[in-house]
Write a protein that binds this ligand. Structure first.
Ligand SMILES: NC(=O)c1ccc[n+]([C@@H]2O[C@H](COP(=O)([O-])OP(=O)(O)OC[C@H]3O[C@@H](n4cnc5c(N)ncnc54)[C@H](OP(=O)(O)O)[C@@H]3O)[C@@H](O)[C@H]2O)c1
Length: 275
């Protein structure tokens, strides 16, 4: 079984790319699963799934764009069935904290009959460095419909380590790990810490959900704008403003602090302004 590969769906993304790297460093055979990998996996082309799942012993499942999108639950259900048919023994699902649609997808995996671990993550620190907020950071202004709520921002390096532990060690079977950072941060405080690390002013601008929707319309069109606005309405209302112990339970250590994220992101050059 050790020689069978582990499929990483979303292998070029924020979590998946780290998981691929960590698994390879630990000597586990990995099969990257994205639209351009050598064995392609495309959520929108189910005919690609059987080849991607063939001979695989475990799979990391990060859904794109988000489990709240129309049709996501049906695809997660279909994927679990295809995984079972292919003889995959275990699924590790990336889920989002405080999101009803994500919980529905967790239940599908929980009831799949396969071994599973659920990794339910808080808002990613790397949204500021590798995601849709990298450009706003460079522009010095991050606008979100988050008022003055506080969020226990999670480091994607921690999420990846938890997923790798889950994929490679059966002691994590059946667990739900809720991943947060070690402290609550308002988005103004986060912007101030980014500022200090980046070496130029970065401000947080609270905006309304309507303003966020308008901005998203220009980026992704009406469905993307509607769904991401609903995700913000659901998750940025303060109900996630508490810490959990998923990293401690899965890895036996404290989660990385946002200061460490800022230091690493600045050192990587992602916040360097063009000369
Ligand atoms: N951002 C947050 O704060 C946050 C918090 C909690 C949970 N999450 C969850 O994180 C998940 C996203 O994970 P991530 O941030 O690691 O990924 P990501 O950085 O958004 O990257 C997306 C990945 O999905 C692949 N992809 C895109 N379209 C695809 C398709 N049609 N079929 C197959 N693969 C496709 C991309 O590769 P190719 O383009 O090469 O195909 C890439 O590997 C979402 O489900 C989201 O709900 C996010």
């Amino acid at each position: 079984m050790q020689h069978q590969p582990i499929l990483v769906i979303g292998s070029t993304g924020k979590t998946g790319s780290r998981i691929v790297k960590l698994l390879a460093q630990k000597g586990f055979p990995v099969r990257p699963g994205s639209r351009n990998s050598s064995v392609p996996f495309d959520w929108d082309q189910p005919e690609t799934w059987a080849a991607a799942l063939a001979g695989v012993r475990a799979a990391y499942v990060s859904y794109f764009p988000d489990l709240a999108f129309p049709g996501a639950a049906e695809k997660i259900e279909a994927l679990t069935q295809a995984a079972a048919v292919a003889g995959v023994r275990k699924l590790v699902l990336l889920s989002g904290r405080g999101e009803a649609h994500a919980v529905a997808c967790e239940e599908i995996v929980r009831n799949s009959g396969l071994d599973f671990t659920l990794v339910r993550a808080a808002w990613f620190a790397q949204n500021f460095s590798e995601g849709y907020l990298q450009a706003p950071v460079l522009d010095g202004m991050v606008a979100l419909p988050a008022g003055d709520i506080r969020e226990p921002i999670a480091d994607v390096d921690d999420i990846a380590e938890v997923a790798v532990a889950a994929l490679t060690d059966d002691r994590h079977n059946g667990e739900l790990y809720e991943i947060t950072g070690p402290r609550l941060l308002s988005f103004s405080e986060a912007a101030a810490e980014i500022s200090a690390a980046a070496g130029y002013p970065v401000c947080y601008q609270p905006i309304t959900l309507e303003q966020f929707h308008d901005a998203m319309l220009g980026i992704g069109g009406p469905v993307v704008a509607d769904v991401f606005t609903e995700i913000c309405r659901e998750t940025l209302d303060g109900h996630n403003a508490y810490l959990t112990d998923g990293v401690q339970r899965a890895l036996g250590r404290e989660p990385r602090d946002f200061v460490e994220f800022c230091r690493n992101a600045a050192a990587s050059g992602v916040w360097k302004k063009a000369a």
